[in-house]
Write a protein that binds this ligand. Structure first.
Ligand SMILES: Cc1ncc(COP(=O)(O)O)c(C=O)c1O
Length: 297
């Protein structure tokens, strides 16, 4: 068996699916999906936050794209309103902050003859990466499977013919997968490492006189210690300042952390990279997402 087949077997186990393709990135997996489903699907539902930029590109492939409501990226199931014969993308670890259970959503989508796509970039290695009709996850830079290249799209026989209509699988770069099997086999250790770092950061913030008055999103969730490899610290207006920058001769207003908070974080938390929010791919809230997943073990 060649290396890629061995990796595919691991991917099938991690997602409990019968088939999979390995492509150059998770975005390529979404492309593979969008290109081949146009005849069957007209509408794609995506989350209003905690999503991924490529979801929005579905428009370019001719789909109508509709956003559904979430609470911090967690699907608001009671108010989920989707038409029959459509497709819904759910990020099973929105913002990489916590994992969400897609079982109920899957029951709804089955009844409505819809296809449930689980973006499992942040939940791979957990039971939540096994629910859905199609599971997509990345093996790219700063991911749980930190191979800096590649993505898997996994599905059962029912969708095999449609998803595999046209394939880009022959275009993958074999040099970049030499270490992939090792990364995939060590996924449990990697998650353990990241969760320990999250615990360290959480405790440090709780003992921090400046930061401990701010809310850590999902910290009261029973699964907070077990799932989600980033940490979101919700801040307020006082922590930010507006700066004017010029892009292509246009003045644009940009939010920046105020000096006091910025210096404090840079000094005390230099081990952790962070990204400023609101951001669709994290949360639409003022705060910072500590990108623990970027750490190497
Ligand atoms: C949630 C999520 N989905 C999809 C992707 C796309 O992955 P790739 O970089 O392999 O295209 C990313 C990348 O950061 C992501 O965070």
């Amino acid at each position: 068996m060649d290396l890629i087949d061995e990796c595919k077997n691991i991917a099938k186990k991690l997602t409990k699916k019968e088939n999979c393709m390995f492509l150059s990135s998770a975005d390529d997996c979404f492309k593979q999906l969008f290109e081949n489903l146009n005849d069957n699907i007209k509408t794609i539902y995506i989350p209003n936050e905690g999503g991924w930029l490529f979801y929005l590109k579905a428009k370019k492939f001719g789909y109508e794209v509709v956003k559904y409501d979430t609470l911090n990226g967690i699907v608001d199931i009671d108010n989920l309103n989707i038409e029959n014969n459509t497709l819904i993308i759910v990020n099973s670890s929105p913002g990489y902050l916590i994992n969400q259970n897609l079982k109920k959503i899957h029951e709804i989508t089955k009844k409505k003859n819809c296809i449930l796509i689980n973006d499992a970039c942040g939940s791979i290695g957990s039971p939540y990466a096994k629910i859905g009709d199609v599971i997509i996850f990345s093996c790219g830079k700063h991911k749980i499977i930190n191979n800096f290249y590649g993505g898997f799209i996994c599905y059962n026989n029912k969708l095999k013919n449609i998803i595999e209509t046209q394939s880009n699988e022959n275009k993958i770069n074999k040099v970049k997968i030499i270490n992939l099997k090792e990364f995939m086999s060590n996924i449990k250790k990697r998650i353990e490492f990241l969760l320990n770092k999250k615990k360290e950061l959480f405790e440090k913030i709780q003992n921090d006189n400046i930061l401990n008055k701010y809310n850590i999103i999902f910290s009261d969730n029973v699964d907070f210690k077990k799932y989600g490899v980033n940490l979101f610290l919700q801040l307020d207006d006082n922590c930010f300042m507006e700066k004017e920058i010029i892009i292509k001769n246009k003045k644009i207003k940009k939010l920046e952390l105020c000096d006091k908070i910025k210096n404090h974080i840079n000094e005390k938390y230099s081990e952790f990279e962070y990204t400023l929010c609101p951001r669709y791919i994290r949360l639409n809230k003022l705060g910072i997402s500590f990108e623990i997943k970027r750490l190497k073990n």
